[in-house]
Write a new protein. Structure first.
Lengths: 287, 274, 440
């Protein structure tokens, strides 16, 4: 974790929350008797407030890990803690989904039948903690902060996909989560939109300082955003190498042309490509 | 290992629940039907339905009756006749309508104004027109499947991605090649869907046509199909046999649909899920 | 594109249809030709509105923003359709809609300001064109009159939004220019001629027994029908009413019971595992095989027929609703769970709205099968109704009445399906608007 971040975090909120500890997690799928190991004795420590980028080829089992943290899937053995509190582990195979860990989905999961504003207000309305007026006021101001004014009454289908992702992140942040779980959210975007999205995400992050668990197969994205890269092996999935990205935050797009960025690219590209090839030939056998 | 898997499959939770549900359903039915003789109280609706055990007894007695099997045979024959006639006329007609705009412009509106008339409304007209009752029942059955098949074929052929044509033409296909190698296979899935729906409708129609027209069955008049079997059981007061007839038609329809589904997936292997 | 081709295209478009040729040629000179690939976005909502577009070939999807209160925000445009009219509105300088090409599309674009300047030279024509623009915006794009009223005007007389008649006349003239109506008439002609000639003129074997065309229609429209049923006899309407009433009751019950059942079947796995097997066991039994049992169960003649009709509708509604729930992307329920929604809240906020389009499709199928079963039920055991008319007319040898019954059945069935479709469209619109306004 970078020193800048630590200082910034302490100055603003005192102690940051949202540390994830993954201990020796194994996940075996058993669809029709043939056991398939998706996650293999995976251990990982993510300090609070870190942007941790999980990099690996498509279908390597990264999403399984995310689903276990979010509480969508059970794990076979091992345990996962959030701020030293057991999410899932022995005796509790599946975590309870909750608003302290919010997922931003691969294809986006804004409710198409609700306006953007209603989407943003959804979480707090469901939890019933605040009055309707307070919730909508908060939603409006958060949308304004993220540069989304003017799209409140549009349906998600009426705004660009980049804007939709931003609304989805704001929807998550409304609930003041400890952790944001990103499941390749920018996969479907073109590279130009992506670059805008990355800067916007960092901007939101500097304001909110939540732990970010970000799954991707895009190395550029990983190095640009992350404090650390965790490069995963192809199925079954476990950390192959962890790399600290020592480019200081706050970052902007000038980072992409820096020498350090190039060096990091050179260091990691070989590792990732190797796994991608393994995954590809395994995929061919399956087909 | 295999045995273990088999046992696991057999006793999987969903199977178990299905068995429980059907058993409970049958038990409630039995209770409802028998409550008159057991408790001297006739519950509404279900109280007039013969009990499942009584139905089983009646069914067992019928298994040796050639008239019962004759009904199966006759109904199946009519369904198949109507169904194949509908395929034979409906598929080329649908394809031609999709390919030729002028033909479509002429036929489609006429087709659309006839379509809202339910097939069964044709029964009396059909009896007047066709020389034998056999033919008139087959005609109504044909109508049932015909509309669905045509609509599906036209829809399927019209929604073929233009890029398929473009790529076929860019690779030098002739008109006939495009028809045979692009239009036909691309329409096959819709033909399969249309046929499956059509098959369901033909069983619906054949039952009613048999009931309304009094069974047909030529000069002998004996055993005029399963629909007639049901109606006859009703008129004759053997209520258990009504339910036997209903279940028999259910089974027959189910078998036909399953066979068609198998056949359909055989002809469209590329739609198989990985 | 050649000038005369452009002129021809302009003539096919609603706003420019009546413009004199010399003005059209001047407009055509302003036009620039462009071609787009499938999936291209021509402009987004909020973009600067500079040009007016006219589709030459292809198809363009035009989606208006919710804020503009269009009744139908979605519209597919084809050859001759005009869009991008925000470029001629006086108070609008940004696009109100997003436009996407659905296939390879060719179009011409005309700069709005240049067009307006051109009309300053011929103000009368300009006013006509602009009034037709206003009509198009109001009637075709279903936007409120305030929006349409912002077209510029060139003479002292303010532009008014014309009545729908202008538009109807335009559509009619376009339709009459296409081969469609003539082909359609040919089709009907062949159908009726076949009926007439085979039965009444050539008297072909078998056909001669059938009721003839003139016989049926004379009977149908006769004040003193030979067989007692025509549009002048109250019995005719009584039969229609009896059938419609049965359909209404059955359809209502099927919707009220089938939609919730389908929702629960799709939503709760446990519920589905218990209930669906029973449902699936009973479903292969054709509805019509239930006739005698229905008579036994419900006694009388009215309830059994309604029961049969209900059963058919019920299966269709419940199954489609269940299917609708199953097609909802799992991410939506997961997102709701993440955001702290309880199971019941997820059901209310995610499952029900997500399944809505499928529910309406189910209702359309449901009304169709309802008529199908009703006829069978009435033919076997009814005391009134159109199916009964058809069947008794056969046994009483009133052959023309059979055909009257069939035609009437077709018309009433068609109208009811159309009503369900329109109601479904309207309800969806209403939902969309309610949702859009909900947060305000």
């Amino acid at each position: 974790m970078s020193a800048v971040l630590q200082q910034a975090g302490k100055a603003e909120k005192g102690v940051l929350k949202g540390a994830i500890r993954i201990e020796d997690v194994v996940k075996i799928y058993d669809p029709d008797g043939a056991a398939v190991m998706a996650v293999d004795h995976c251990s990982l420590d993510i300090p609070a407030g870190e942007i941790c980028m999980i990099v690996g080829p498509s279908g390597c089992g990264k999403t399984t890990l995310l689903n276990a943290i979010a509480g969508f899937h059970s794990i076979t053995s091992g345990s996962i803690y959030l701020d030293d509190e057991l999410l899932c582990g022995p005796g509790k195979p599946m975590a309870q989904p909750g608003s302290d860990r919010i997922v931003v989905f691969q294809n986006g999961a804004l409710f198409p039948w609700k306006s953007n504003l209603d989407n943003v207000a959804f979480g707090l309305m469901m939890q019933g903690k605040l009055g309707k007026k307070e919730i909508y006021d908060k939603a409006r101001s958060m949308m304004a902060d993220a540069g989304l004014s003017g799209t409140e009454h549009n349906f998600p289908g009426e705004v660009s996909s980049g804007l939709r992702r931003r609304v989805e992140i704001v929807r998550a942040l409304m609930n003041e989560p400890k952790v944001l779980l990103f499941d390749e959210p920018y996969r479907a975007l073109d590279s130009l939109t992506k670059s805008v999205m990355h800067e916007a995400l960092l901007e939101i992050y500097y304001k909110n300082k939540v732990t970010i668990f970000f799954i991707t197969h895009d190395l550029e994205e990983a190095i640009f955003l992350g404090h650390r890269l965790v490069i995963m092996t192809s199925r079954p999935c476990k950390p192959k190498k962890i790399i600290d990205v020592d480019i200081p935050h706050p970052r902007d797009y000038s980072v992409l042309t820096s020498t350090r960025y190039r060096q990091l690219m050179d260091e990691t590209v070989e590792l990732v490509h190797e796994e991608a090839k393994k995954a590809f030939s395994a995929g061919e056998k399956e087909g | 290992m295999n045995i273990k898997r088999f046992r696991k499959e057999l006793f999987s939770r969903s199977k178990l629940r299905a068995i429980i549900a059907i058993f409970v359903f049958l038990a409630l039915w039995e209770l409802g039907s028998r409550s008159n003789e057991w408790f001297g109280f006739t519950p509404p609706w279900i109280g007039h339905v013969p009990a499942p055990t009584a139905v089983l007894v009646a069914w067992y007695a019928l298994l040796g009756d050639p008239g019962y099997w004759q009904s199966w045979y006759l109904s199946t024959l009519r369904v198949l006749a109507g169904f194949f006639a509908a395929m034979l006329i409906g598929i080329p007609l649908g394809l031609f309508m999709a390919v030729n705009k002028t033909f479509n412009g002429i036929v489609f509106p006429a087709f659309e104004i006839l379509r809202p008339i339910p097939p069964l409304a044709w029964v009396p007209a059909s009896i007047i027109f066709w020389p034998t009752q056999e033919l008139s029942i087959a005609f109504v059955t044909f109508l049932g499947a015909f509309y669905t098949i045509v609509i599906n074929v036209v829809g399927g052929a019209k929604s073929i991605d233009v890029r398929f044509f473009q790529s076929a033409q860019s690779m030098g296909s002739s008109q006939w090649d495009v028809f045979r190698r692009v239009v036909l296979p691309a329409t096959l899935p819709s033909i399969v869907v249309g046929s499956a729906v059509g098959m369901g409708i033909t069983w619906e129609v054949v039952v009613a046509a048999e009931m309304i027209s009094g069974g047909g069955g030529g000069e002998t008049g004996s055993g005029g199909g399963l629909g007639f079997f049901i109606w006859n059981s009703y008129v004759g007061g053997s209520y258990e046999q009504i339910v036997v007839g209903m279940i028999s038609i259910g089974i027959a329809g189910f078998i036909c649909s399953e066979l068609l589904r198998k056949l359909g997936s055989f002809f469209t292997p590329w739609l198989k899920k990985r | 594109m050649e000038i005369d081709q452009t002129v021809a295209l302009l003539k096919r478009s609603m706003p420019f249809q009546t413009v004199p040729n010399d003005v059209l040629e001047a407009i055509a000179k302003l036009a620039r030709y462009e071609s787009y690939a499938r999936g291209d976005v021509i402009y987004h909502q909020g973009d600067f509105a500079d040009d007016v577009y006219i589709v030459s070939s292809g198809a363009v999807q035009h989606t208006l923003g919710i804020g503009f209160q269009a009744i139908h925000p979605e519209k597919i445009l084809h050859s001759g359709d005009v869009f991008g009219w925000a470029a001629v509105l006086e108070n609008q300088r940004s696009r109100l809609a997003k436009t996407v090409c659905l296939e390879r599309t060719e179009l011409i674009r005309i700069n709005g300001e240049e067009l307006i300047n051109l009309f300053k030279a011929s103000p009368e024509t300009g006013d006509i064109v602009m009034s037709r623009f206003a009509t198009m915006i109001n009637k075709e794009y279903t936007l409120p009159e305030e929006v349409a009223g912002h077209v510029p005007h060139f003479t002292q007389v303010p532009v008014t939004v014309a009545t729908g008649l202008t538009l109807t006349m335009f559509r009619l003239s376009q339709w009459l220019k296409s081969p469609k109506p003539y082909l359609m008439l040919t089709g009907f002609g062949i159908l009726l001629a076949t009926w007439y000639f085979t039965v009444e003129v050539w008297k072909l074997p078998r056909f001669v027994d059938m009721p003839g065309l003139t016989e049926v229609f004379k009977e149908w429209f006769s004040k003193d029908p030979i067989y007692g049923l025509s549009i002048y006899t109250p019995e005719y309407y009584q039969h229609i009413w009896v059938s419609v009433r049965r359909i209404l009751i059955a359809f209502f019950l099927a919707t009220v019971l089938g939609v919730p059942l389908g929702l629960f079947l799709g939503w709760s796995k446990t519920f589905r595992e218990y209930v669906f097997p029973v449902f699936e066991t009973l479903r292969p039994i054709p509805i019509l095989a239930w006739v005698p049992l229905a008579i036994l169960m419900f006694q009388g003649s009215e309830t059994p027929v309604i029961f049969l009709t209900f059963l058919a509708s019920f299966y269709a509604t419940a199954l489609n609703t269940m299917l609708g729930v199953e097609t909802i992307d799992e991410s939506y329920s997961r997102a709701a769970a993440c955001l702290g929604a309880s199971k019941w809240q997820t059901f209310k906020e995610v499952i029900v709205p997500g399944a809505m389009p499928f529910i309406f499709t189910g209702l359309q199928i449901s009304i169709g099968v309802a008529w199908f079963s009703l006829v069978a039920g009435e033919m076997v055991s009814g005391e009134f109704g159109l199916g009964y008319v058809i069947n008794t007319s056969y046994t009483m040898v009133r052959y023309p009445t059979i055909v009257i019954g069939m035609i009437t059945l077709g018309i009433v069935g068609y109208v009811s399906s159309a009503l369900v479709r329109v109601a479904g469209d309207y309800m969806m619109q209403w939902r969309v608007r309610e949702l859009a306004l909900g947060g305000r």
